[in-house]
Design a protein around this ligand. Structure first.
Ligand SMILES: N[C@@H](CCC(=O)N[C@@H](CS)C(=O)NCC(=O)O)C(=O)O
Length: 200
């Protein structure tokens, strides 16, 4: 297997690396340079028509793209420790949290990155108002996750799951691009320290 990837702080490739670490697995990685736009090369687009990383190239040539799909595949191959769930309820609960993380926080963080950050200004036609709106939405959702985590150690209660890994990668990327956790987000900060320790 070959994991086509990119270095930190790219959040999606990092999420698979964190998942592998939590599973105790190692897969050979092939790094592409996003800044050099290697992910848009003919070679990469032939393998993943979205022209994005990460994606997993199997030994027989088949390809799985999309971070969560890659992690699901690896979790099926290596069920221990369970990072998605042991039964239908746990798996659905983890999925619910992954969707909340990706849609409610990942989307505005991504829009802020595209429309509000100077590093992407040369890559996309930015709409500054969209960047501002996305920033407000992202900060509001960071506050919402802080509230959710005030009553339990992990998103899915007592279980550390792929949803926590998804949230960690987005929170850390947010911090890197100027959407840091506010000082008063005590529950989120405590969760952040707990989850970081588990994947370090
Ligand atoms: N939905 C995809 C998103 C992948 C993605 O956006 N990857 C970024 C790197 S963090 C990328 O390749 N960006 C380049 C592009 O979208 O053109 C996933 O979950 O894997």
């Amino acid at each position: 297997m070959l994991l086509w990837s990119a270095p930190d702080p790219a959040p999606n490739p990092r999420r698979v690396r964190l998942f592998l670490k939590a599973k105790g697995l190692t897969i050979e990685e092939k790094m592409v340079s996003l800044m050099a736009r290697e992910h848009k090369s003919d070679e990469v687009v032939a393998l993943n028509p979205r022209g994005q990383v990460p994606f997993l190239e199997l030994d027989d040539g088949r390809v799985i793209a999309e971070t969560i799909s890659i992690c699901r595949y690896l979790d099926d191959l290596h069920p221990e420790p369970p990072l998605i769930g042991r039964d239908p309820f746990e798996r659905a609960e983890t999925d619910m949290w992954i969707r909340r993380v990706e849609t409610a926080l990942g989307t505005p963080v991504g829009l802020f990155w595209q429309h509000g950050h100077p590093l992407t200004a040369r890559l996309v036609q930015q709409i500054p108002a969209m960047g501002e709106a996305a920033k407000a939405q992202a900060l509001a959702m960071i506050g919402w996750f802080d509230g959710q985590l005030s009553s339990r150690p992990y998103l899915a209660g007592e279980r550390f799951t792929l949803a926590d890994i998804a949230l960690l990668s987005i929170v850390d990327f947010g911090g890197w691009i100027g959407l840091a956790m506010p000082d008063d987000a005590a529950a989120l900060k405590g969760w952040h320290a707990r989850v970081t320790a588990l994947v370090s």
